[in-house]
Design a protein around this ligand. Structure first.
Ligand code: G3I
Length: 444
């Protein structure tokens, strides 16, 4: 079971990274979606992948060239992975995972618990037998893919559409309102290092009752220590008008709860360039928006191919929307790697500036994150600049008022009257050796 910190999450700092855009020169602009996203603070640009298409060289040529993340479109769903109760089937899912990981692409598991795509045996179950069956499913599947799946859509589409803000009625919901947190706890126990997400559609507009309801659930989970790391906004848009103008507010509001936000199934009817670039710009403006995944490669691969909603046409040609997305990515803020990665960290270095010093005390280290405390001497009103190393990210802070530069990797922490020690939690994101660097301490 992973240990999780009970900390006060800073909303201010996490939102402030939304800052100024720095325009990259054309000479250095990345030429693929994945490469450009990686340059934007280690983000991922991915696609849904169907195992049946991995023999199509036109498809794999684009997949290999453009994307650094994949989501199996159907192969990890309950009907695919446990077609008969207790008999697990991983062939197609394993194929995608092997394909992706051998090429350095990250995998999003989709999905462990869902009212839809249940095998017949599960559709007919209810009550405690169903509860036990779904938790066993979560445990078995998350265990099978342990170490291979970076993020799991643990629960998919559990809220109702419309104005009720209620849970969706389903056989899973009827096992008890706590079925979602039970699924998250089971996934956490099975794969403590995977990042665990709640995923849904129609949670893009901040004013929608469904969005607000999911927000309250995540807020509740965070306050009670239910293991949740991320929220996925599917973002199946029906056209330019369906992209909500408050989308960035939605992303930043979820992020302020202390979770990453992901755009998990993006497609837009007729692929308008403006809506596509707005989505990218909104994600880049929120430092915790870490992943954009389109729901298929070519229009002909789409679950709604008649709407031509993707970035490549049926012949594999780049569409105008592709160019808009790549341009938006390339024009986004480029944090690069603001610190020289330290090999061992600097637990006691107090580089002075002005009339105070700041010293670092390493805190608890977990599998995926670690805490750091900083003690300031010589001033009661102070500001300390801390730099972390990409792709690590600060996920929570306490006992100070943080603000961030546009990269999201350089935090200025100011005293807030709560003393001379502040702290923060850093997600390792695959880099377990780098440690924060104190850049300056300034008395004010
Ligand atoms: O593979 C069979 C094929 O053998 C058979 O001949 C054919 C006719 O019935 O069906 C094929 O399976 C279909 C499968 O897609 C692969 O094409 C299923 O019937 C069909 O239900 C399934 O649809 C998928 C849908 O989820 C339902 O699971 C779509 O591909 C997939 O894009 C869609 O993805 C969902 C996300 O998981 C959750 N969010 C919404 C999104 C869009 O609906």
């Amino acid at each position: 079971m992973r240990l999780r910190t009970a900390v006060v999450v800073s909303t201010v700092g996490l939102l402030a990274a939304a800052g100024t855009l720095v325009f990259a020169s054309n000479a250095s602009a990345a030429t693929t979606l994945g490469a450009s996203a990686a340059e934007r603070g280690g983000r991922y640009f991915g696609t849904a992948v169907a195992a049946s298409r991995l023999n199509d060289s036109a498809y794999t040529t684009i997949l290999n060239r453009e994307f650094n993340q994949v989501t199996p479109e159907n192969e990890m769903k309950i009907d695919a992975t446990e077609p008969q109760q207790g008999q697990f089937s991983y062939g197609n899912a394993d194929r995608i995972v092997q394909y992706a990981t051998s090429r350095g692409m990250k995998v999003r598991g989709h999905t462990l618990a869902w009212h839809s795509q249940q095998p017949g045996w599960m559709q007919n179950m209810s009550g405690s037998a169903l509860r036990q069956a779904i938790l066993n499913h979560v445990t078995q599947v998350a265990t099978h893919f342990r170490g291979q799946v970076t993020w799991w859509d643990v629960v998919n589409e559990a809220y109702a559409d419309g104005s009720s803000g209620a849970r969706r009625d389903s056989n899973l919901q009827r096992t008890g309102n706590d079925w979602i947190e039970a699924a998250f706890r089971a996934a956490d126990a099975a794969d403590p290092n995977a990042l665990l997400c709640y995923n849904d559609y129609n949670i893009d507009n901040w004013n929608d009752a469904k969005t607000q309801a999911v927000y309250r659930m995540v807020q509740d989970f965070k306050s009670r220590g239910v293991p949740i790391d991320c929220v996925g906004l599917q973002s199946h848009f029906t056209g330019g008008s369906n992209y909500p103008s408050n989308y960035r507010t939605t992303l930043s509001s979820f992020a302020a709860l202390g979770v990453d936000v992901h755009i998990t199934e993006l497609d837009i009817r007729n692929a308008p360039t403006s809506a596509y670039s707005n989505v990218v710009n909104d994600c880049l403006a929120v430092s915790r928006c870490r992943v954009i995944t389109v729901w298929g490669i070519r229009d002909s691969d789409s679950w709604r191919s008649s709407e031509s909603p993707l970035l490549f046409d049926g012949s594999g040609n780049k569409k105008a929307a592709y160019n808009a997305v790549l341009t938006a990515l390339n024009n986004g803020s480029d944090p690069g790697n603001p610190t020289t990665p330290p090999s061992t960290g600097n637990p006691t270095t107090p580089p002075p500036s002005g009339s105070c010093t700041a010293s670092v005390t390493p805190g608890t280290v977990w599998g995926d994150r670690y805490n750091t405390s900083v003690t300031v001497n010589g001033a009661s009103n102070w500001s300390v600049v801390v730099a972390i190393t990409s792709p690590q990210r600060i996920s929570a802070t306490w006992s100070g008022s943080p603000s961030w530069d546009s990269s999201g990797y350089v935090m200025t922490m100011r005293s807030n009257g709560s003393g001379n020690t502040f702290g923060f939690t850093t997600m390792m994101n695959g880099n377990s050796s780098a440690r924060p660097q104190i850049r300056s301490c300034t008395a004010s």
